[in-house]
Design a protein around this ligand. Structure first.
Ligand SMILES: Cc1cc2nc3c(=O)[nH]c(=O)nc-3n(C[C@H](O)[C@H](O)[C@H](O)COP(=O)(O)OP(=O)(O)OC[C@H]3O[C@@H](n4cnc5c(N)ncnc54)[C@H](O)[C@@H]3O)c2cc1C
Length: 337
């Protein structure tokens, strides 16, 4: 049983920053995330994209923001249960929450902060027969480790930011060949990235197959080729080691939706006084919550986490006087272990 003061579900930017604000109040945190790495959407969807609206950072890559947050919370020694989803919640005799993951790991805390963002990520899969047979045998929906593609032939599908960013990244000395198959000639992604893909295509570093879509996956044990249907030229076969269809991720609140929380349009309703939910002791911060005027922005989630831990402290120590102390005055006193 993992014990902590605040159990945070979701290690995205908002969950991570909450560890810092809780640490200033001497509250310990443990985070659960279904992904193998912390960082939420920033790490999983757009690590190499710059963000321009983080206060005091005119520009920062999403991946760097996560690295900075991890450095910032290091003194407060948070615990992590990664690669596991929080599935069930119960109350024990001491009025503490017991949360169990899909792998059976149990966590116990008096306060739960749900920072689940878009929920458990589930990729949009193209409706292709036999697709599941090649999952993790050449077909991947998320690029976790680009090193996996070193020296390999890779086909990427999609026209959004992820497809463009990864096509550019892999074509720059990582993959042996990169082919981008897209249903249209234009892209939904950032115009700068789109231009870069077209430039790389002209230089022969990316093969861009426009007006086409993958309709078949072929191979014996591992993926060997794709059947591609072109609007005018008809069917063609592309030999490849990997196919990465990047058609986005569907938001699914997942198991949290069954915890008795008040839900509105796939998000958890909260009181903006302290971001508490309808269940006493459970808060919701970041993209996962909703209230009048809600903006799904990182800086708003940072604010929500900051107010939330103040309320959690008062709940845990009703007799203690909580005085706001500036970090410039007090510095950061972390935990020894
Ligand atoms: C392409 C793109 C560009 C963006 N650009 C900007 C920008 O410029 N500025 C800005 O402010 N915002 C931007 N955003 C939005 C920003 O990324 C989100 O507002 C932010 O990530 C929300 O953080 P979060 O911590 O609330 O949730 P998330 O980052 O979504 O993290 C939530 C985490 O919770 C985990 N989780 C969910 N349910 C469970 C469960 N049951 N068990 C275990 N783990 C669970 C998920 O795996 C995930 O890791 C952008 C988003 C995208 C997609």
């Amino acid at each position: 049983m993992i014990e902590t003061d605040i159990l945070i579900i979701g290690a995205g930017p908002c969950g991570l920053f909450t560890v810092f604000e809780a640490g200033l109040l001497k509250l310990r945190c443990h985070l659960i995330d279904s992904l193998p790495e912390p960082g939420g959407q920033c790490a999983e969807i757009y690590p190499k994209k710059p963000i321009f609206d983080i206060p005091a950072f005119p520009e920062i890559l999403a991946g760097e923001l996560v690295e900075n947050l991890m450095r910032q919370i290091e003194p407060f020694k948070p615990g992590f249960t990664l690669g596991e989803s929080a599935v069930t919640i119960e109350k024990d005799q001491e009025n503490k929450f017991v949360i169990t993951t899909n792998k059976g790991t149990k966590h116990r805390a008096p306060i739960v902060a749900i920072a689940g963002g878009l929920g458990v990520f589930s990729p949009r899969k193209p409706p292709i027969q036999e697709l599941s047979r090649f999952e993790d045998k050449g077909v991947e929906y998320i690029i976790k480790d680009p090193e996996m593609y070193r020296g390999r032939d890779v086909v990427i599908s999609g026209g959004g930011d992820s497809a463009l960013d990864w096509a550019i990244f892999l074509s720059e000395g990582v993959a042996n060949t990169v082919t981008l198959v897209h249903r249209r000639k234009g892209f939904k992604g950032h115009p700068d990235s789109a231009q870069k893909v077209l430039d790389l295509a002209e230089k022969g570093k990316i093969r861009f197959v426009a007006d086409a879509e993958v309709i078949g996956v072929n191979g014996s044990e591992f993926l060997e080729s794709l059947t591609v249907k072109h609007k005018e030229d008809g069917l063609m076969e592309i030999a490849t080691d990997h196919w990465v269809p990047l058609f986005g991720l569907t938001p699914k609140l997942g198991p949290i939706a069954d915890w008795g929380l008040e839900i509105e349009k796939n998000a958890i309703k909260v009181n903006t006084l302290d971001y508490s939910t309808n269940i006493s002791g459970i808060y919701a911060i970041g993209d996962v919550n909703t209230y009048p005027g809600k903006l799904k922005l990182i800086l708003c989630g940072f604010h929500e986490g900051t107010l939330m831990v103040q309320s959690a402290f008062k709940r845990l120590y009703p007799d203690k006087n909580l005085v706001l102390k500036y970090t410039t005055v007090n510095g950061i006193t972390g935990f020894d272990e």
